[in-house]
Design a protein around this ligand. Structure first.
Ligand code: AMP
Ligand code: MG
Length: 313
């Protein structure tokens, strides 16, 4: 299949309406989308990404009205979070409507719903006129794509279309919050921090897999976010062993020589740059990447979450 590259929203939306899969930019990472109500199109996402069938997708909406077509019950807590954080980098897990095909939610009775804040994503979703289910637009197991070129590297020839936009602003996937019970549980850290969620719903909790019987976020079991290189989390000032040509990313200057180094001025820039840096290291065949530890506040919590997941081998 030939993958069409376009900057035209209308062209990308036509692809969705005719049952194709389209990669598109959001403020978090690039997504790989299909019409949420077209089971055949949804199946193509799993095929293109080689994604395990038990890993559910997030439904992206361009208007508040569409939430009602995806979710049966939006409880008062979810309403508060929607009011405060939509559009934005927050996904709410809600009880799903019977209209949503099982393939989209990996057979779960719940569905993740998000309204992206990025203008291009919004424009695209409104032009599609249907909710678009989309996981990150990478091959399963690779770091999420933050540029259209990253998408191209993984999926050229495997998908119908790439909507070309700028590099993504946040660079880490959305915060996922389970709102199916009265107590919201954070299933995945993201740019919407625990502190900011608690400012709206003070009793918001962090979900810990071993506190509960069944895993609530099946996707989190799978290996994620990792480059081919070994990732090692280090403290500022760590001395990089000589002769190694390792990668280094952080805010403090590396101590020692590296094959590739990325210095960031802020934790936001670190988060925005991480996955692209992982990919660049892989292209350079770098075998080990040292990543500076950061404080777990704000986006720092999400960044440390991704680093820890990438570190596990
Ligand atoms: P991705 O966009 O590739 O990060 O994949 C979406 C992720 O969102 C999944 O791997 C899950 O961790 C989470 N997710 C999506 N839908 C649900 C759901 N219904 N229940 C729990 N977690 C979900
Ligand atoms: Mg993903």
């Amino acid at each position: 299949m030939e993958t069409k590259l376009t900057r035209l929203v209308a062209e990308a939306a036509i692809c969705i309406k005719s049952g194709g899969v389209v990669a598109f930019p959001t403020e978090t990472v690039y997504g790989l989308g299909a019409d949420a109500f077209n089971a055949e199109a949804v199946a193509k996402i799993f095929e293109a990404k080689r994604r395990p069938g038990d890993n559910p997708l997030i439904a992206h909406v361009g208007s508040m009205d569409e939430i009602g077509s995806l979710a049966d019950d939006v409880n008062p807590t979810a309403k508060l979070l929607i009011e405060r954080f939509f559009p934005g980098p927050l996904t709410l897990v809600l009880a799903k409507s019977h209209r949503v095909p099982d393939a989209a939610t990996a057979g779960l009775e719940t569905i993740g719903v998000r309204m992206p804040a990025s203008e291009l994503a919004n424009d695209f979703l409104r032009t599609c006129g249907v909710p678009v289910v989309a996981p990150s637009a990478n091959l399963s197991g690779r770091p999420s794509p933050t540029t259209w070129q990253d998408v191209y590297e993984d999926l050229n020839g495997r998908i119908e279309c790439i909507l070309q936009g700028e590099a993504t602003d946040i660079g880490l996937e959305s915060t996922v919050v389970d709102c199916t019970t009265d107590t919201p549980f954070v299933l995945r850290a993201g740019a919407v921090s625990l502190e900011s969620l608690r400012a709206v719903v003070p009793f918001t909790q962090i979900y810990r897999a071993d506190d509960h019987a069944a895993p609530r976020s099946p996707g989190m079991r799978h290996k994620h976010y990792a480059p081919a290189a070994e990732v090692v989390i280090v403290d500022a000032g760590f001395e990089i062993p000589g002769q190694e040509a390792a990668g280094y990313i952080g805010m403090a200057r590396a101590n020692g020589s590296t094959g590739l180094e990325k210095l960031c001025d802020s934790v936001e820039e670190y988060a925005r740059s991480l996955f692209a840096f992982f990919r660049e290291c892989d292209r350079m065949k770098i075998r080990r990447i040292y990543c500076e530890r950061v404080d777990e506040e704000g986006i720092g919590a999400a960044l440390m979450d991704r680093l820890r997941r990438a570190e596990v081998r």
